[in-house]
Design a protein around this ligand. Structure first.
Ligand SMILES: [Zn+2]
Ligand SMILES: [Zn+2]
Length: 466
């Protein structure tokens, strides 16, 4: 039931809208163009409906079944294994190998690939197969829809040729408003459609001269014709975009690497190795066919439990998680503390910060954080105009937040606070995200006082001048 609720969201509804628009147009045209009382017509329509059913079935099943979530509060059986795993503060449990926390699902997701807005759910362990099948069947259906729509529209134009010519010649006919709509859509539709329609108008002459005159009639009013043109545009878009996604997914499935893992592997090869440390070997690549079988199978649920994974010889369950922890440490070493000088309210397009900040936003939906003068941020990622980091809060601020009168009885220990240094502690529900670079100044050793206090800065400048 909760899975079904996932479908009530702009992503799945838009996907269903696109599928319906293409299917309905193709069915209306198909029934006229190749009537189903002929054997060929019946087979053609049956195959088209099969694509439709398979696309919808896999779309629903990947949204409803979901990726599988790591149980809340999960930890490995052996206490000694805890040190190889990362802790998730939100789920208050350890992250199983290959799992990642999804901000949108608010859970740790088994073998997380990405959060997909079209299914309003994550793609991961349990729905990787059905999601990829959806990516395969949707373009198949669209190619078939184009094969029906384009010849049918061609017939329609040919049948209506005299009417169309009259319409063009006589602007006083009541259709001029429709004509405006036609030209509007022609402009806004993709270049591909414009070419297709142009080609149709060109070959129509061929049909008049060389057609047998016994071809079935396709009757489309001007509005249905626009609808079909729109469907053709959508179908071309789906074939290109979804087809590309399918290609990317298949490549990663055959390597048994999720999108997130490819990113970690790449960093693993660039990381400076400690002394005597062996080179990193990716543990989950079992060979193309075995990798394929892990995702595509006829069982209702995958055999694996989504926590432990088969690994190649010489690796163990923690080979990958240890690499992740090492990368985290290295990132922490690389991180630089900044202090905020200018207020920023957290807007995605802060107009007051100037056009350069607005025009070069980080291309991600990661959160933006509001900052105030005096705030201290540990920055881990840099863009030309933006910085990404964790906000630091002091002991006192933390105490007033968590140990005030309401929550005084809760011990610190429950929050799994990590100490960065003696006086500053990151908040347990971490505040991290992007903010404009111009708001912040890097904290240099010894100059911190000058940076947070402009008057001391002015004084020290005066001192230097003297
Ligand atoms: Zn989590
Ligand atoms: Zn998610």
């Amino acid at each position: 039931m909760q899975g079904m609720l996932r479908m009530i969201h702009w992503g799945p509804l838009l996907a269903l809208g696109v599928i319906s628009c293409i299917s309905i147009s193709a069915i209306i045209c198909g029934l006229q163009w190749w009537p189903i009382y002929t054997l060929g017509g019946a087979v053609n329509m049956a195959i088209f409906l099969m694509w439709d059913v398979l696309t919808l079935y896999n779309l629903f099943s990947s949204a409803v079944v979901g990726p599988g979530y790591v149980p809340l509060g999960w930890k490995p059986e052996k206490e000694s294994d805890l040190k190889y795993l990362q802790y998730c503060n939100q789920c208050e449990g350890y992250k199983a190998p290959r799992s990642h926390h999804c901000r949108k699902c608010q859970r740790c997701v088994m073998k997380m690939d990405h959060h997909c807005p079209w299914i309003n759910n994550c793609v991961g362990h349990r729905n990787h197969g059905s999601f990829t099948a959806f990516l395969f069947f949707a373009p198949c259906g669209c190619i078939h829809a184009l094969a029906i729509l384009i010849p049918a529209m061609y017939r329609a134009i040919n049948r209506e040729v005299s009417v169309w010519t009259n319409v063009y010649l006589d602007p006083s006919s009541g259709l001029s408003q429709d004509l405006f709509v036609v030209s509007f859509f022609s402009v806004s539709l993709s270049v591909g459609v414009t070419f297709a329609v142009g080609y149709l108008l060109y070959i129509q002459t061929f049909y008049i001269y060389y057609g047998s005159g016994r071809e079935p009639l396709v009757q489309l009013g001007i509005k249905s014709f626009i609808g079909c043109m729109f469907a053709v545009g959508l179908a071309i878009g789906v074939i290109i975009a979804v087809g590309a996604l399918f290609y990317i997914q298949m490549k990663s499935i055959l390597k048994n690497e999720t999108g997130i893992e490819s990113w970690i592997i790449e960093k693993a090869y660039y990381r400076d190795l400690d002394e005597g440390e062996p080179e990193f070997v990716y543990p989950y690549n079992l060979g193309k066919w075995n990798n394929f079988k892990l995702v595509f199978h006829w069982k209702r649920r995958p055999e694996l439990n989504g926590i432990w994974w088969p690994v190649i010889e010489g690796c163990d369950q923690y080979t990958f998680t240890i690499e992740q922890i090492k990368q985290k440490h290295e990132k922490k070493e690389r991180s630089v503390e900044y202090t905020i000088q200018e207020k920023y309210a957290g807007s995605y397009f802060p107009i007051t910060m100037g056009p350069q900040v607005c025009c070069c936003p980080p291309c991600t939906d990661e959160p933006r954080i509001a900052v105030n003068p005096g705030d201290r941020i540990v920055v881990t990622r840099w863009k030309k105009r933006w910085l990404y980091g964790d906000k630091l809060i002091t002991d006192n601020e933390l105490k007033s937040e968590y140990c005030g009168p309401d929550m005084g009885s809760i011990p610190f220990g429950q929050f799994h606070i990590k100490f960065i240094n003696s006086s500053f502690i990151p908040r347990t529900r971490r505040i991290r995200g992007w903010f404009p670079r111009r708001c912040a100044v890097e904290v240099m050793n010894g100059t911190y006082e000058e940076l947070i206090n402009p008057s001391t800065q002015a004084e020290s400048a005066k001192r230097k001048n003297d």
